[in-house]
Design a protein around this ligand. Structure first.
Ligand SMILES: NC(=O)c1ccc[n+]([C@@H]2O[C@H](COP(=O)([O-])OP(=O)(O)OC[C@H]3O[C@@H](n4cnc5c(N)ncnc54)[C@H](O)[C@@H]3O)[C@@H](O)[C@H]2O)c1
Length: 255
């Protein structure tokens, strides 16, 4: 479900969302489109992304720009930031959302696997921020929202490279916030709990697993992708004008 709140300063803002074609990212893309922002999103899931752009164009008359880009390729990422800027003006909201929650056992991890994992889960968050910073500076400021996860906070053991990246994102958030704050660029993180996307349902949800997880939340409902939208819009907007270097935990009160 989409939040009903409207943030007038998000209208016409140039927004770039990574991994915006499916899962939580698709809800974020829709959330900013509903605010009247000029949205570009990066993904590699062509079919889902094109269908999303098409549907949002039809429903809202505000079609987002889909940029097919593998975030492991930093030059391609830079080029896509250039395309988003060319189409919509300097990006003043960046949402670093893309990730790869592949499970892996300690014994099986190779150096190549580790590097691949970090090249999706951590590295692009830095290089996307680096690429948008000059435009934000030029525009007088901006907001960067980085998606981390509560998985590392609850000692989840089945994907150590992912949890390492997710912990790293909090360090990255604080480091970037420290450097960019004097230029009026705010940098915050959102740490979702377990959000029941289609991918989660297809790959990782079991009836018992989900039941026992929700039993530990104080809010006894499945968390939906749309539940990440309000917190992200808030952090992006001037409602959060003096809020930076923070991590907002959105986990239904699990922690
Ligand atoms: N779903 C959850 O329970 C959950 C929990 C905690 C944190 N998170 C975080 O929230 C964010 C979104 O999660 P999600 O569950 O929607 O993820 P997802 O895997 O369903 O979607 C990620 C999106 O990123 C895209 N993507 C993956 N690799 C890419 C690449 N190399 N280049 C470009 N795009 C690529 C995918 O195609 C997909 O559209 C992630 O940062 C994730 O770590 C999710």
């Amino acid at each position: 479900m989409m939040p009903s709140a409207i943030f007038p300063d998000l209208k016409d803002r140039s927004v770039l969302i990574t991994g915006g074609g499916s899962g939580i990212g698709a809800a974020l893309t829709e959330g900013f489109v509903r605010q009247g922002s000029r949205v570009a999103f990066i993904d590699i899931a062509d079919e889902a992304s094109q269908a999303l752009a098409e549907r949002l164009g039809r429903e809202y008359g505000n079609r987002p720009l889909y940029l097919n880009t593998d975030l492991r390729d930093i030059e391609a990422l830079r080029a896509s930031v250039g395309k988003a800027t060319g189409a919509h003006g300097p990006v003043t909201v960046l949402v670093n959302n893309a990730a790869w929650d592949d499970r892996h056992d300690i014994d099986e991890v190779t150096a190549e696997y580790w590097d691949k994992n970090q090249s999706i889960n951590l590295r692009p968050q830095f290089f996307a921020a680096q690429a948008v910073a000059p435009g934000m500076r030029q525009a007088g400021g901006g907001s960067i929202v980085n998606f981390t996860s509560t998985s590392f906070m609850i000692n989840q053991g089945n994907f150590p490279s992912y949890t390492a990246a997710k912990a790293g994102i909090i360090g990255l958030t604080k480091g970037l916030a420290g450097r960019l704050g004097p230029e009026n660029i705010r940098v915050n993180a959102i740490a979702p709990g377990w959000v029941i996307t289609e991918r989660q349902r297809d790959l990782w949800v079991t009836e018992d697993g989900l039941k026992s997880h929700i039993a530990k939340q104080v809010l006894k409902e499945e968390i939906q992708p749309g539940d990440m939208v309000g917190p992200c819009l808030f952090l992006a907007s001037d409602a959060a004008r003096m809020l930076t270097a923070q991590t907002l935990i959105v986990d239904g009160g699990y922690l």
